[in-house]
Design a protein around this ligand. Structure first.
Ligand code: HEC
Length: 170
């Protein structure tokens, strides 16, 4: 089982690097890395309960984001303007984290893993943060950029995250 899980981790990492343009979980067609919102779950749905909702945590995450991540992912996490295309060096520019990209395809564990370890060892260009930021700081940053996600995106993400948790609990 541990082996299968390791394979999943590798697969997840490969998807991150591939810009997640292949149709992944979530059911939306993601051709060319276009990360548009999925079909709506219906008008007037109740607001979704968020895992991270403490306003102080979110405010702290915003500061940490500005200090560490904004230079690549943009002041408002909008990503590089050309994030949908590989650069001439074959690498992906920094994608948006604000819900307009594909960040919501990744369960919490995968987001934490990517931020902690970066993507340099996989041929990407994001440095690792585990020696600079503690787990709580990383969670605060996730809390902040998730606070930018519309409810509908967040709801899709929660379903993906719950599936991943169930898989890992087995
Ligand atoms: C030097 C530029 C750079 C910095 C600084 C940077 N990133 Fe990244 N990040 C990237 C790139 C480029 C990618 C796309 C993966 C790749 O090819 O490296 C990425 C990918 C990600 C992803 C996966 C997104 C997705 O949609 O799959 C997350 C999450 C992320 N970064 C969060 C952060 C956070 C949080 C910080 C600050 C602590 C940060 N990044 C700082 C360049 C950067």
């Amino acid at each position: 089982m541990a082996n299968a899980r390791a394979k999943l981790m590798v697969l997840g990492a490969a998807l991150l690097l591939a810009g997640c343009s292949g149709g992944e979980e979530g059911g939306s067609k993601m051709g060319g890395g276009s990360g548009g919102p999925p079909a709506s779950g219906g008008e007037g749905a109740a607001p979704v309960a968020r895992i991270f909702s403490d306003p102080e945590m979110i405010a702290r995450g915003r500061q940490l984001y500005r200090a560490n991540c904004a230079r690549c992912h943009g002041e408002n996490a909008q990503g590089a303007f050309n994030w949908r295309r590989r650069g001439p060096d074959g690498k992906w520019p920094p994608p948006p984290l604000d819900g307009s990209g594909h960040t919501w395809h990744h369960p919490l564990a995968a987001l934490r893993h990517t931020i902690r370890n970066g993507t340099l060892t996989m041929g990407g260009s994001m440095p690792a943060w585990k020696d600079k930021l503690g787990d709580e700081e990383i969670d605060a940053i996730i809390a902040w950029f998730q606070s930018l996600w519309p409810d509908e995106i967040y709801r899709q993400w929660l379903a993906i995250d719950e599936r991943a948790r169930r898989r890992n609990a087995r």
